[in-house]
Design a protein around this ligand. Structure first.
Ligand code: HSE
Length: 432
C-alpha cells in the first residue's frame, strides 16, 4: 500500500487529543480500512508551548494553521467557535481538501456557505461529531433514512444538561452544583451557558432538522428555553406526576393553525417526558435521538454525546469515509435542501402542557381556573390538588393537546385571577 493521505488536525483540545491518539495508535488498522496510510502532518494550536497530553507529538505542533491546511488532503477541524474555524475550513475546501468538522455552532450558523463551497470544489464535508457526539445519528438521518419520511425528531442532545437534570432528580443536588460536576467531567462547553441556556442543543436541533426535512433551518428560527429556570420542586413534581424532566430538542412537521401554513417547527425546551417513554430512561450524560418516520416507525439512537473519546470516534468514522473516497473516487452525500419547507414560529407548536399554580383554597377557585381554560379553547385532561401552606392549594393541571399560543394566553388569564397567587411553572409534555 503505497498511497498516503496527509491529515491535518486543527485544535488539540479534548476531542483533538483523542483524534490524534487514534490516528497514531490505530494507524495500521486505519490504513487497511482506508486503503492508504493516514499521515498526520501537523496539529494547529494557539500556543505551541502549552502543556499537553503526551499523545500529541510536540514536533507536529504549529501555530500557522493556514500553512498546515494548505498541505493537507484531509483537514479535521476540532477547534470549535466561528472564526478562525470558518476561514480555515473554506481555505481547506478551496485547496481541494476533504473536511471533517465537529463544529455544530459554525454549521448551524453558516452551514449553507460551507456546503456550497464544498460543492463547488467537489470535496467532502462531513460532520458526524457535530450532533450527539459518538452516536452515528447524522449518518442515520442523512443516509439510512434518505428513502423514508421523517415526521418528528425528539432529542436529548446535550450531555451536560441531561447530567444536571438527572443529578437533580436522583440526588437532589442543586443546579449550580451539578453544572460544576459536569464541567469537571469534561462534558460542558468552555462556557457552560451554551449548555444550560440551550444554545448547544439549538445548534444541534437546527442541523438535525435540516437533514431530517431537507430544508435549511436557520439557527434564529429555533425556539430556545434552557434549564436555568428549573428548580428541584419542578423535578419533584415531574416525578410525582409520572414524568421525567428532560431538555429536549424537538423538530417536527407541523401546521400553523393561525396562518394555515404547513412547515417544520424546531425548538429546544425543558419537557415532561412520561416515565414509560424510552427517552425517560436516558440517564447521566448520555444522549439519545428518537426519530418517528412513516415507514421505519420509531427508532432510538442512544450513546455518549460528549467527551473526547466518543466524539473522536465519530470524527474518525468521517475521516475513514472521506479518505476512502479519496482512494476509490467519488464523494459522500451533499446538502439536501430541495424541500425548502417554511420554518414556523415556535409558538405555532401544538402539545400537551402541565401548569402548576398556587391558588387560594376556597370555593369557586377551581371553577374560575377551569373557565379561563375554556375561554381560550384549552381542554383540561387532569387536575390534581394538594394542600399548600395556610389556605393555599397547589394545583397541577394537565391539558389535552392545544396550541402554545392558546396555552400562553390561558396562563396569562389564570395569572390575572385574584384567587391565583402565582403560576409556578408551565411545561410541555412530550412523547406521550
Ligand atoms: N457540551 C456538549 C454537551 C458537548 O454537554 O453535550 C458536546 O456538544
Amino acid at each position: 500500500m503505497g498511497e498516503r493521505l496527509r491529515v491535518a488536525v486543527l485544535g488539540a483540545g479534548t476531542v483533538g487529543t483523542e483524534v490524534i491518539r487514534l490516528l497514531t495508535t490505530q494507524a495500521d488498522d486505519l490504513a487497511a480500512r482506508v486503503g492508504a496510510r493516514l499521515e498526520l502532518v501537523g496539529v494547529a494550536v494557539r500556543n505551541r508551548h502549552a502543556e499537553r497530553d503526551p499523545a500529541v507529538p510536540v514536533e507536529l505542533l504549529t501555530e500557522d494553521a493556514r500553512a498546515l491546511v494548505d498541505k493537507a488532503d484531509v483537514v479535521v477541524e476540532v477547534m470549535g467557535g466561528i472564526e478562525p474555524a470558518r476561514e480555515l475550513i473554506l481555505r481547506a475546501i478551496r485547496h481541494g481538501a476533504a473536511v471533517v468538522t465537529a463544529n455544530k455552532a459554525l454549521l448551524a450558523e453558516d452551514g449553507p456557505t460551507l456546503y456550497a463551497a464544498a460543492d463547488a470544489a467537489g470535496v467532502d464535508l462531513y460532520f458526524e461529531a457535530a450532533v450527539a457526539g459518538g452516536i452515528p445519528v447524522v449518518r442515520a438521518v442523512r443516509e439510512s433514512l434518505a428513502g423514508d419520511q421523517v415526521r418528528r425528531v425528539l432529542g436529548i442532545v446535550n450531555g451536560t444538561t441531561n447530567y444536571v437534570l438527572d443529578k437533580m432528580a436522583t440526588e437532589g443536588v442543586e443546579l449550580e452544583q451539578a453544572v460544576k460536576e459536569a464541567q469537571a467531567l469534561g462534558y460542558a462547553e468552555a462556557d457552560p451557558t451554551a449548555d444550560v441556556e440551550g444554545y448547544d442543543a439549538a445548534a444541534k436541533a437546527a442541523i438535525l432538522a435540516s437533514l431530517a426535512f431537507h430544508t435549511r433551518v436557520p439557527l434564529d428560527a429555533v425556539g430556545r428555553t434552557g434549564i436555568t429556570g428549573l428548580t428541584s420542586t419542578d423535578v419533584m413534581w415531574a416525578e410525582r406526576t409520572g414524568h421525567v424532566l428532560k431538555l429536549l430538542a424537538v423538530a417536527e412537521r407541523a401546521h400553523d393553525e393561525d396562518t394555515g401554513v404547513d412547515g417544520v417547527l424546531v425548538g429546544v425546551h425543558p419537557a415532561l417526558v412520561p416515565e414509560h417513554h424510552p427517552l425517560a430512561k436516558v440517564s447521566g450524560s448520555y444522549n439519545a435521538v428518537f426519530v418517528e418516520t412513516a415507514s421505519a416507525g420509531e427508532l432510538m439512537f442512544l450513546g455518549r454525546g460528549a467527551g473526547g473519546a466518543p466524539t473522536a470516534s465519530a470524527v474518525m468514522g468521517d475521516v475513514v469515509s472521506v479518505a476512502r473516497h479519496r482512494v476509490v473516487g467519488g464523494r459522500g452525500p451533499v446538502e439536501s435542501s430541495y424541500a425548502d419547507l417554511p420554518v414556523l414560529p415556535p409558538d405555532a407548536a401544538r402539545a400537551r402542557f402541565q401548569l402548576r399554580l398556587d391558588v387560594a383554597d376556597r370555593p369557586g377557585v377551581l371553577a374560575q381556573v377551569a373557565a379561563a381554560h375554556a375561554e381560550h379553547g384549552v381542554s383540561i385532561e387532569a387536575v390534581r390538588q394538594s394542600p399548600g401552606d395556610a389556605a393555599v392549594a397547589h394545583l397541577v393541571i394537565t391539558t389535552h393537546t392545544t396550541s402554545e399560543r392558546a396555552l400562553r394566553a390561558t396562563a396569562d388569564a389564570v395569572a390575572a385571577l385574584p384567587s391565583v397567587r402565582r403560576v409556578v411553572s408551565v411545561l410541555r409534555v412530550e412523547g406521550a
